[in-house]
Design a protein around this ligand. Structure first.
Ligand SMILES: Cc1cc2nc3c(=O)[nH]c(=O)nc-3n(C[C@H](O)[C@H](O)[C@H](O)COP(=O)(O)O)c2cc1C
Length: 331
């Protein structure tokens, strides 16, 4: 492998390639995390607001598929305090090696995890959040640009945010948002990143727990089609912005329901109802009005046109990155 792809972040994470699976709630479960880890990347399971029993069973299932270190992603600010406490104690009792946190920085939680020997990575969308995560003791950061799919914390592009975050400290930084190709990986490395965290590119894989409708919409979309909106705010602690594919919700077809504060049931998944305007994206077993759900996608979707295995996606991105490096560095 080209030496430019072998960054210190890899030893921190215990993986071989500078590609991390973004902690996509519901979508990144044990099958996808294991596939990424077994392909040489870093597997992370998105467990935001999941019951502790599911966190435990997903960790156990993951460990039957890979011996590689892995991460669990939680979003403290968007989780009921009592549930968060139980989630954390489950992760600690399962000896989760890495926790990937997002949204507001919960400094006491970061310190608690660090004291328990956990490696803490914080995804940030602003310099202020990066400073707060570093002050709390984060071991690595993920700089998320506004191009990203799902919940978007900042308003600055990856290209502009990344160097500012990198300049803050010697802590390794990975880039997220707008990255779906090997050339984009090399661009992130050129800006000082030591790896990338991929959501959309790994959502469109066989092992992702996303509904095929979501995957097909993402594959067909171009970067300019994605919508940055606060319309999917149910079951989140604040009306936070998300990046999604356009649908009837983003077109304003349910403006009257929104004005009346109504959010009727529109489907089911994981044995639970899904409500209009909810932050839940349609998972593999979802039924109901799938296209009215939150179809998260980053602007990277324009670079992703085929459904393949996670290993094929990673192999393709690394192969392209090697080619790009050879093209740029002719020695
Ligand atoms: C379907 C989906 C679900 C997501 N869920 C979460 C989540 O639960 N926790 C989190 O920290 N980030 C979440 N994100 C954001 C990712 O961590 C990451 O910032 C984003 O995917 C990067 O942009 P990309 O999709 O262009 O790769 C999600 C993104 C997507 C696409």
């Amino acid at each position: 492998m080209h030496p430019a792809l072998q960054t210190p972040l890899l030893s921190l994470l215990g993986c071989q390639l500078p590609i991390m699976l973004a902690g996509m709630g519901g979508v990144a479960r044990h099958r996808l995390a294991a596939a990424v880890a077994n392909a040489g990347g870093f597997g992370c399971m998105g467990m935001v607001r999941e019951p502790p029993e599911r966190i435990r069973s997903e960790i156990q299932a993951l460990r039957t598929l890979t011996a590689a270190p892995f991460g669990i992603n939680l979003i403290p600010a968007a989780t009921d305090a009592a549930l968060l406490k139980r989630e954390i104690s489950t992760c600690l009792s399962e000896q989760v090696p890495v926790m990937v946190l997002f949204w507001g920085v919960d400094a006491p939680l970061v310190r608690h995890l660090k004291a328990a020997g956990v490696t803490v990575i914080h995804q940030v969308g602003t310099v202020a959040a990066a400073e707060a995560a570093l002050a709390a003791g984060a071991d690595a950061l993920i700089a998320q640009g506004v191009e990203a799919g799902g919940h978007v914390h900042g308003t600055v592009s990856t290209l502009a945010l990344l160097p500012e975050v990198v300049a803050l400290s010697d802590v390794p930084v990975a880039a997220a948002g707008g990255i779906g190709s090997g050339a984009a990986l090399v661009a992130a490395l050129a800006l000082g990143a030591q790896g990338v965290s991929l959501g959309s590119a790994l959502l469109a894989t066989h092992e992702a727990n996303a509904h095929p409708h979501h995957q097909q919409r993402l594959l067909a979309a171009s970067a300019e089609e994605t919508v940055y909106t606060r319309q999917f705010a149910r079951n989140w602690h604040e009306p936070a912005p998300v990046r999604v594919l356009p649908n009837a919700v983003t077109a304003g077809a349910y403006a009257e329901e929104a004005a009346r504060g109504e959010s009727p049931e529109i489907g089911q998944q994981d044995g639970q109802p899904i409500y209009l305007f909810s932050t839940d994206s349609p998972l593999a077993d979802a039924t109901g009005r799938l296209d009215d759900m939150a179809l998260y996608a980053g602007q990277s979707c324009g670079q992703i046109t085929t459904l393949c295995s996670a290993a094929e996606r990673i192999e393709q991105i690394i192969g392209e990155a090697e080619q790009t490096l050879r093209r740029l560095i002719r020695t």
